[in-house]
Design a protein around this ligand. Structure first.
Ligand SMILES: C[S@@+](CC[C@H](N)C(=O)[O-])C[C@H]1O[C@@H](n2cnc3c(N)ncnc32)[C@H](O)[C@@H]1O
Length: 217
């Protein structure tokens, strides 16, 4: 991948599926580029935070096997309704990934729920539905989720995480860099791709795709 990509907010808005809210972070064209670069036809593509299904819908369209996990049943159902082969999209908690997903997976491409380091009582890993948010625990849990992803990934397979540093009035949370450090305990960080938006999305500072690889054995 190039070390930077230029993206347009109009594409993000225009490519959002009808019925989704603003919790869609990928343009379909960005997903197409990543799926083409890091997988081949018939490969298995996993999204452990499936959201409205951008990764999985594009992956299936490109001839990959799409599998996913999504905590909110309404969203998981929405994703299933968009897929020709919906059976491998489950409603569940990515923290229990090893019970939900069977490998081998060739590519994991995802955009996890975000959290600022302060003033963020909503817990992202409970889909923001409980008020027990804690930044340190969130990072630990993210690390454990990607450890489980690493376990189902084939040797040489890639994990691409879209994650941003987050700007508030008070300070920037270096979430992308904290996530890079956390996930690097389990996978090799190979590339960082900076996403240059034509208009900066609200609350976002630096926006990245972090590319990790499971070492070949
Ligand atoms: C940023 S959205 C993903 C958007 C997706 N990439 C797209 O473009 O459609 C993150 C998703 O993770 C889900 N989520 C939050 N905690 C989760 C957990 N513990 N396990 C599985 N999914 C979770 C949220 O409900 C949300 O739909």
């Amino acid at each position: 991948m190039k070390p930077w990509l230029q993206l347009k907010i109009a594409d993000l808005v225009g490519q959002r599926p009808a019925g989704s809210d603003h919790d869609v972070h990928f343009t379909e064209s960005l997903v197409e580029d990543i799926v083409a670069e890091y997988s081949s036809p018939s490969d298995v593509v996993l999204d452990p935070f499936a959201g409205y299904g951008t990764t999985l819908v594009v992956a299936e369209r490109m001839g990959r096997v799409a599998i996913g996990v999504e905590m909110l049943d309404s969203r998981a159902g929405f994703v299933r309704s968009r897929l020709a082969n919906p059976a491998q999209v489950v409603t569940g908690d990515a923290r229990r990934l090893k019970d939900l997903v069977q490998g081998p997976v060739d590519l994991c491409l995802t955009s996890p729920p975000y959290m600022t380091a302060v003033d963020h009582p909503q817990n992202p890993l409970n889909a923001y539905q409980t008020l027990d948010g804690d930044y340190g625990r969130y990072l630990d849990e993210m690390g454990d989720i990607f450890r489980q992803v690493a376990d189902v990934l084939r040797p040489g397979g890639h994990v691409v995480i879209n994650v941003a540093n987050l700007a508030t009035q008070a300070a920037i949370t270096p979430l992308a860099w904290d996530m890079a450090r956390t996930v690097s305990s389990h996978l090799t960080l190979r590339h960082e791709v900076f996403l240059c938006w034509d208009q900066q999305p609200a609350g976002i500072s630096g926006d990245y795709c972090l590319v990790f690889q499971r070492p070949t054995e």
